[in-house]
Design a protein around this ligand. Structure first.
Ligand code: NFS
Ligand code: SF4
Length: 647
């Protein structure tokens, strides 16, 4: 038994934490400990630092202490803090989408020679959805117009117009609710700037109005994410089922190891391509070849499209370096710990930053230039080969832990499997299973790692208990990686954890899937930006079942939500009508009023709502209850309709 069981359930992480201790390197787990006990004000969101008079805390016992210096009450402070998280998250996701849009535009115009349009079917599908003419036109002309439509999402400032992607993909009933509550965004940049304005000192103090401003920003997150996924698929291909492995054992002692880490696939795709061409160079340096592994969502992107193995997820990124066998870690944007540089100093590892807005002091910065993408990627790989030559093999210590992973389930890939059963109505396959009671519904497992709880524990328990109760699972982000690391993303896991109904459901699909492997316990749909794939799945399933989104037996769980992006994602899920579990304290708990709005009133308005539940057993039980309740209501509604029709 490891002394680090409280830190993480990942058995590969334990020996690496032992090693950190020997080296005297303090990991993120030690630093989390150092932060305890937390300040209650900050922890509940009632500390305001929006102007330089702050920090102001809510101190009810002191005269005048129930308000900030400007007079802001707890509800204003909590609402402002929460929506500023959303603005940060939506900015990150959307800016990622904008970069992909620019890349598609320049590719279509012939300026980015190393990129090509990889999936013309997807291009046609997206073009048709957003109203771009395709008949008799050249591929590049269509791509250019699609890219410009995406860029218009950022440029639009006419408040009478609406963002295109949401308008094109979201069911009409849901759009009506968004219009009535004035949260349908005009343009992404405008909405985010307005939210920062709205929450400036001495501006909006109405917590409801602030919250709805935040929800508009959350919808910008969905819009920007959705177009990021669509355009990434067009540029790099849409995921198809792949078989690979996950955990630190995917790092190979005899190879040049390069980890791609971050979120944006523009560079990592090129690294994958360059690595294929440069195997001989690595061999000339004495290695058996080049081995790529992924961390966080860049890892998910190259897993989906290229079958690259997963090394680890957010919380344990430092441990990949601690193996001593990581020659370069190439990072782009988001969720990259600044501490990577200091752990790399213990080894030959080169930390390579590539984005003008993500640099780490002391690391290598290779300004990635999309116009010469292949050259940039090759240069980075050469740096890794050089590092390999300096590697001290005697100190390499790679935990011998890997698990088989079956992933790559874009919505298209899933539909292709369901089409083998029902070519006309692929989602009938799931609808029938739900209506027959074989499965209870669908749950999406999403989100990050959060050092306030044991790494990967809640992810795992919730997934196992939902599966045992016949809930079909989708997964993405670091949550999907948690399941991959612990061996739950393969067919064997179905035998081990699924209930009888879910087993039967998978057996029927396995019989016709045409895949070399059985389907896994959960469908890995990609990175966090790709959560729009899950929502699109929910939209199509609701349409197939004749339900509103808020009636669909569908629930979402982020057991270890951490980032601002997670707050934005959770919020748009609620707007879409989805019950949204979060396994750590919500940022709204400091104000009863705001907390009631997001956990109770939201349901009356959108059908979706947040619930905070740190206990994974209680969380999965509540999710199952919600699915059962939605099913029961649907049966009752149908009975009422049938009775009316009979009269
Ligand atoms: Ni999502 Fe993916 Fe992971 Fe959280 Fe970070 S990598 S974008 S934010 S930590 S899931
Ligand atoms: Fe204090 Fe008001 Fe400034 Fe916030 S905005 S720090 S509550 S004075």
């Amino acid at each position: 038994m490891s002394e680090f069981e409280k830190y993480t359930i990942d058995i590969a992480a334990h020996p690496m934490l032992d090693r950190a201790k020997e080296l005297g390197f303090l990991t993120t787990f030690d630093r989390a400990k150092a932060q305890e006990p937390r300040c209650t004000f900050g922890n509940t969101g009632i500390c305001c630092r929006i102007c330089l008079q702050g920090p102001c805390r809510i101190l009810p016992k002191k005269p005048g202490g129930n308000k900030g210096i400007c007079g802001a009450r707890d509800y204003t402070i909590v609402a402002r803090n929460t929506v500023r998280y959303i603005a940060g998250g939506a900015a990150a996701h959307s800016d990622h989408g904008r970069e992909i849009s620019e890349a598609l535009l320049h590719t279509a115009e012939g300026h980015f020679k190393d990129y090509q349009i990889a999936d013309t079917n997807k291009l046609m599908y997206v073009a048709k959805n957003i109203g771009v003419e395709t008949e008799g036109r050249e591929i590049n002309a269509i791509a250019k117009e699609v890219a410009n439509a995406a860029l218009d999402e950022y440029r639009r400032i006419d408040e009478n117009e609406e963002v295109t992607w949401l308008k094109s993909y979201i069911p009409e009933n849901t759009l009506t609710i968004w219009r009535k509550t004035t949260i349908m965004p005009t343009g992404i940049n405008l909405s985010l700037a307005k939210l920062l304005h709205q929450t400036h000192v001495g501006n909006d103090s109405d917590p409801i109005n602030i919250t709805f401003g935040g929800l508009k920003a959350a919808l910008c997150d969905l819009d920007g994410s959705h177009l990021a996924t669509d355009l990434s698929d067009i540029l790099f291909g849409t995921g198809v089922p792949v078989v690979t492995e996950a955990n630190l054992g995917a790092i190979k002692a005899d190879k040049v190891n390069i980890a791609v880490h971050g979120h944006n696939p523009l560079l990592s795709q090129m690294v994958v391509k360059a690595a294929k061409e440069m195997q001989e160079e690595a061999k000339a340096a004495g290695a058996a070849g080049i081995n790529l592994v992924g961390i966080c969502c860049t890892g998910n992107e190259v897993l989906m499209r290229e079958g690259v193995a997963i090394a680890t997820n957010f919380a344990t990124q430092e441990l990949a370096v601690l193996t001593g066998a990581m020659d370069a870690m190439v990072v782009d944007v988001q969720c990259i710990m600044p501490s990577l540089r200091s752990v790399a100093e213990c080894f030959q590892t080169k930390i390579v930053t590539t984005s003008p807005i993500m640099k780490i002091p002391g690391s290598y910065h290779y300004g990635f230039d999309e116009a010469h993408a292949m050259d940039s990627a090759k240069e980075i790989i050469r740096l890794a080969i050089d590092a390999y030559k300096q590697r001290d093999q005697a100190i390499v210590n790679i935990p011998n832990v890997t698990n088989k992973v079956v992933a790559g389930f874009s919505l298209e890939a899933m539909l292709n499997i369901f089409k083998k059963v029902n070519p006309e109505h692929p989602l009938r396959v799931i609808a029938d299973a739900i209506e027959a009671g074989e499965i209870k519904g669908v749950a999406a497992l999403i989100g990050c790692n959060n050092r306030k709880v044991t790494h990967n524990y809640n992810h795992t328990i919730i997934a196992q208990e939902l599966a045992e109760n016949d809930v079909l699972l989708l997964a993405g982000g670091c949550s999907a990686q948690a399941h991959a690391l612990s061996g739950m993303m393969n067919g064997e896991a179905v035998q081990k954890y699924a209930g009888e109904g879910l087993k039967k459901f998978f057996a029927r699909l396995n019989a016709v899937s045409g895949l070399t492997e059985d389907l896994p316990l959960m469908f890995h749909m990609g990175s966090c930006v790709d959560y729009s794939r899950m929502q699109l799945f929910a939209n199509l399933l609701a349409a197939e079942m004749g339900l509103d989104l808020a009636e669909l037996p569908y629930a979402v769980s982020a057991p270890e939500a951490m980032s601002e992006k997670a707050v934005a994602i959770g919020s748009w899920n609620v707007c879409c009508g989805n019950p949204m579990h979060v396994g750590v304290n919500g940022p709204t708990v400091g104000s009863q009023l705001v907390d009631d709005v997001v956990t109770k009133i939201a349901e009356d308005v959108f059908g979706g709502f947040f619930f905070w539940e740190p206990d994974p057993h209680k969380a999965s039980a509540r999710m199952i209850d919600i699915l059962k309740e939605r099913n029961w209501k649907n049966v009752m509604r149908k009975k009422a309709r049938d009775a009316k029709a009979a009269n």
